[in-house]
Write a protein that binds this ligand. Structure first.
Ligand code: CIR
Length: 251
C-alpha cells in the first residue's frame, strides 16, 4: 500500500501563530523551515502532498487539526479557533483526489489533535477546541460504541499533547496526565512527566519520529524495540505545536 503524507509550508506569519506559551514572536521562520524539512524527511512516506503556505493563516503548518482520516474517508473539521477556520478549504482540495470527504458543520468544532484512533476506538478529548457537538458528529459517523470522550488535564491544548499511538495496540502516554485505565487492552509506554512533550510522536510501522530534546523517551522507544528518529522541535513548540500536528499521514 502507498503511504502518503500531507504537509503544509510555513508562512512568514508563523511568528503570529496562536501561542499559549506566548513565544511565537520569537520563532525564527528560517530555522522553523529547516526543522520542518527534517521532519518531512523523517516521515519516510512513499508520496508527499505539499500545500502552499497562506500568510493569512499563521498556524497553517498544523494540518493535523484540519482533518481526521480513517480508512478511505477524511472528515474535514471545523477547527475550534476561529482564526484557523480558513485553513480547511485548501486541505480539502488537496485530499479530495485520494479520499472521500465529509465536512463537519456548525455548531460542531473539533481539532484533529484531539482525536486518537487505537485498538479499534476513537479517543476524543473535550477540550477548549473540541465541543460536545464535534464529538457527537464523530459518534454519528463512526458509531456510538467506538467513540470514547476523554477529559483533559487543565492547560492541555489537545489530547495528543499527552498521548499518541505507536501502533494499534501501543501508546506513548505521559505520566500523571490521563489515567492508564482509559486504555484497556493497550500496551502503555510511560513517558516520565518531565518529558510530557515527548509523548507526542509519529509512528510509521516500527519507525517513530520523536522530539530530539527528550533522551529518556528516545531510550524508552529504543528499549521497546521501536526505531526512534529524533527531530528538533524548538520552533514549532513556540506556537504550541509538536510532531503529529505537522502532518496528515495515511495508507
Ligand atoms: C494552535 O493553537 O492551534 C496552534 N498554535 C497549535 C496547534 C497544534 N496542533 C496540535 O497539536 N494538533
Amino acid at each position: 500500500m502507498v503511504t502518503r503524507a500531507l504537509v503544509r509550508k510555513i508562512p512568514d506569519s508563523f511568528t503570529r501563530a496562536l501561542s499559549a506559551v506566548g513565544a511565537a514572536s520569537s520563532i525564527d521562520p528560517v530555522l522553523a523551515r529547516e526543522q520542518h524539512a527534517l521532519y518531512r524527511a523523517a516521515l519516510r512516506v512513499d508520496h508527499e502532498i505539499v500545500v502552499e503556505a497562506d500568510e493569512e493563516c499563521p498556524d497553517c503548518v498544523f494540518v493535523e487539526d484540519t482533518a481526521v482520516i480513517v480508512g478511505s474517508k477524511a472528515i474535514i473539521t471545523r477547527p475550534g479557533a476561529v482564526t484557523r477556520r480558513r485553513e480547511t478549504p485548501p486541505i480539502a482540495d488537496a485530499l479530495a483526489p485520494y479520499l472521500d470527504l465529509v465536512q463537519m458543520q456548525e455548531p460542531a468544532t473539533l481539532d484533529g489533535g484531539d482525536v486518537m484512533y487505537v485498538n479499534g476506538k476513537f479517543y476524543v478529548a473535550r477540550s477548549a477546541r473540541t465541543n460536545a457537538e464535534g464529538i457527537e458528529m464523530l459518534r454519528h459517523w463512526f458509531g456510538r460504541d467506538v467513540v470514547i470522550p476523554v477529559g483533559l488535564p487543565s492547560g492541555t491544548l489537545h489530547l495528543k499533547c499527552v498521548v499518541s499511538p505507536i501502533d494499534q495496540q501501543t501508546i506513548l502516554l505521559a505520566d500523571e496526565n490521563l489515567s492508564p485505565h482509559l486504555f484497556p487492552g493497550v500496551e502503555i509506554l510511560r513517558v516520565p512527566r518531565e518529558e510530557t512533550y515527548a509523548a507526542n510522536a509519529v509512528a510509521r510501522s516500527s519507525h517513530v519520529v520523536c522530539a530530539a530534546e527528550y533522551p529518556r523517551t528516545i531510550d524508552l522507544l529504543d528499549a521497546a524495540g521501536h526505531h526512534p528518529h529524533p527531530v528538533p522541535t524548538t520552533e514549532v513548540r513556540k506556537a504550541d505545536g509538536s510532531l503529529t500536528c505537522q502532518s496528515l499521514v495515511w495508507g
